[in-house]
Design a protein. Structure first.
Length: 385
């Protein structure tokens, strides 16, 4: 007679920004069903959800996680109507002021090329030809003229454009602050660390420091000392911010001598590391909260900006799971069951940082897990032969 042992489970929470409610709802349903996890593999917003969830005390951790995101990330619907911005997407005005103040002294500036007399003269000639041509000026011609023969050659606009694009700021907003009360709330009482805690992984992309050097994925872990030789770094407020620092939107985060940005656009949750460190896993649950069906025709710039990272995340996430399943088929010694929480085919979750969307995601994530558990009662079992 074969003996039974307690299931060893891992869960992967991938990126998806405003669709975070799907993660929280899924965790709430799993929590209610008494299903826990030994390993968490996280990226981007999944890292925030996973780390907040694992630092809450008591039996209602999912509800506390929902409250955290409602308080610190999502805006109430009435406010969002006229200010469609995440609560945390704040520009670092002090750093911006200093960058603009220091800009004129930058050694990279070539002041001799600020005023280009020949180009100004050529633009004047082209302007006369354009506006005296038969048939008038099309919209395209007018816009190109304004860009290249007015703004691009005007010394004032040339200076102001360089001030914006070439100042010492590499993101519209800043996510990491050393004295952040939000980060203190996430990492309160150092609740991530200890042998009684699940093992937690998250990633971030280490950018190349010099020309010719390649960037690389960096894994952060709450027990880095257990993985000697693998160069896992310790999870910290900085690493959490780094893993969700979407390029251009968020400034990169410096850890030691390196600069980091979001890793989810390269690899969702790094299944390889989890499998290598835990070959005895029985189940790997995957909660992918972004699907190409969620990407809808944008009505405005806010919608277009949301679609940009989400289309990448949807494709990378789906392909990663396919590759992961194929990897397991190729490895006869590895037999964990992959349990993918389905996204509702006609999901109403959008990419808006407002409370109603957070709750919509919560409800859908909760229902998806319950539907999955109802379809397969073996998933509720805590032991396996």
């Amino acid at each position: 007679m074969s003996s039974k042992h307690r299931k060893k489970r891992a869960i992967a929470l991938a990126g998806g920004g405003p669709a975070a409610g799907l993660h929280i709802g899924a965790l709430a349903a799993l929590e209610k069903a008494g299903i826990g996890f030994d390993v968490f593999a996280l990226s981007c917003i999944g890292a925030w959800v996973g780390i907040v969830y694992n630092t809450r005390p008591g039996p209602d951790r999912a509800q506390q996680t929902l409250d955290f995101f409602a308080t610190y990330c999502f805006r109430d619907d009435q406010s969002y109507d006229w200010f469609p911005v995440n609560l945390g997407f704040a520009t670092d005005l002090q750093a911006l002021r200093k960058a603009w103040q220091d800009f004129p002294d930058s050694p990279d500036l070539n002041w001799a090329s600020l005023v280009l007399p020949q180009q100004i003269q050529d633009s004047f000639v082209r302007s006369i030809k354009l506006f005296t041509q038969p048939g008038g000026v099309t919209n395209q011609e007018f816009n190109y003229w304004m860009l290249n023969d007015v703004l691009a050659v005007n010394p004032v606009t040339r200076y102001l454009t360089s001030l914006v694009y070439k100042s010492d700021i590499n993101g519209l907003s800043r996510i990491y602050y050393k004295q952040s009360h939000v980060l203190k709330e996430v990492f309160r009482e150092r609740a991530l660390y200890g042998d009684d805690k699940p093992e937690i992984y998250h990633n971030a992309w280490r950018m190349a420091r010099t020309e010719g050097e390649a960037g690389s994925m960096q894994i952060f872990h709450n027990r880095p000392q257990d993985h000697q030789g693998r160069r896992y770094l310790k999870i910290s407020p900085k690493s959490l911010c780094a893993c969700s620092a979407l390029p251009y939107i968020e400034q990169s985060v410096r850890i030691g001598k390196d600069e980091y940005t979001e890793g989810a656009l390269v690899d969702t949750v790094n299944f390889r590391n989890v499998l290598r460190d835990h070959p005895d896993l029985d189940e790997v649950w995957v909660n992918r909260i972004v699907d190409e069906s969620q990407v809808r025709t944008p009505r405005d710039l806010a919608g277009a900006l949301a679609n940009l990272p989400m289309q990448f995340a949807a494709e990378v996430g789906e392909n990663d799971i396919k590759l992961f399943r194929q990897h397991l088929l190729n490895q006869s010694r590895m037999g964990p069951r992959v349990v993918e929480v389905p996204i509702r085919p006609r999901t109403k979750v959008s990419f808006e940082w407002k409370h109603s969307n957070l709750m919509q995601g919560f409800d859908e994530g909760y229902a998806a897990v319950n539907q999955l558990l109802a379809s397969d009662h073996q998933l509720r079992q805590s032991t396996i032969a």
